[in-house]
Design a binder for this molecule. Structure first.
Ligand SMILES: Nc1ncnc2c1ncn2[C@@H]1O[C@H](COP(=O)(O)OP(=O)(O)OP(=O)(O)O)[C@@H](O)[C@H]1O
Length: 239
């Protein structure tokens, strides 16, 4: 049994089907990438996987519980594309607020806030109000919030958009470290060099998984040297 299992998941907005018979199994301790162009359905799918959307057909299981499920929420850290931050509060107050939602003890709360802020290099900016943060700083704060309760599963929708290359690398290093601890990590991206870093990938186009496998397997299977060409050959379109 995988940590996250989706069976025949479909979803429509009105008459438009945006997800069509999605099957996937994500195992404990792997970094799983959902790769696809803008509008292909990645965000819609991750919202269903984390239990934020119950209006779909098919079945989703997370940690052996059918989703959506309140008990599973504390095991999942989800970073939404649009930042759910409080602009009037400082970075630290935002972290405090989210930490308090998870009822962490005072000492643990302090430790987790320091760890998360350090990880995204926001420690020197914690006392500034979030409305004075740049776009990249807000993304980093969102990522820190996702990690605050030390969840077993991390679901990161485009985690490194607007983040400079150096910090992007250090965030990936941290994801590798978390994976070694046994965390399960789901990442959406349209950047192929990030796709290369995943253990396994599903390539998504127009609401369907057009192919899946490890980066090495996929390149061998389609006899190409990069993942962009896998996407094109598997039935995606360039650009
Ligand atoms: N609330 C909504 N109402 C109607 N259509 C929607 C809604 N949310 C998403 N869609 C449509 O569903 C499709 C999939 O969108 P989704 O956001 O999941 O794609 P995505 O792959 O995550 O793209 P991006 O990376 O740009 O967010 C798109 O065609 C989008 O226009």
């Amino acid at each position: 049994m995988g940590t996250i299992v989706a069976k025949q998941v479909s979803k429509s907005f009105g008459k438009k089907e945006v997800l069509s018979n999605i099957d996937l199994t994500i195992n404990k301790g792997e970094i799983y990438g959902l790769i696809g162009p803008s509008g292909s359905g990645k965000t819609t799918l991750v919202k269903i996987l984390v239990g934020m959307d119950s209006d779909f057909s098919g079945e989703v299981n997370v940690l052996n519980r059918t989703m959506p499920n309140m008990t599973s929420l504390s095991s999942i850290g989800y970073i939404a594309q649009s930042d759910a931050l409080y602009p009037e509060l400082t970075g630290e107050e935002n972290l405090q607020f989210f930490a308090s939602l998870y009822q962490l003890k005072k000492k643990e709360r302090k430790e987790r806030i320091m760890y998360a802020a350090e990880l995204v290099q926001l420690t020197p900016h914690l006392s500034k109000k979030v409305m004075a943060y740049s776009g990249g700083m807000k993304r980093r704060l969102s990522l820190a919030i996702t990690l605050i309760h030390n969840p077993e599963i991390l679901v990161l929708d485009e985690p490194t958009v607007g983040i400079d290359p150096e910090l992007r690398l250090s965030i990936w290093e941290e994801l590798f470290r978390l994976k070694k601890e046994g965390k399960t990590i789901v990442v959406t991206t349209h950047v192929m060099d990030e796709a290369e870093k995943c253990d396994r990938l599903a390539m998504v186009r127009e609401g369907k998984i057009i192919t899946s496998g490890s980066p090495v397997q996929l390149k061998q299977q389609y006899e190409v040297s990069n993942l962009e060409d896998v996407f094109v050959k598997a039935g995606g379109k360039r650009g």
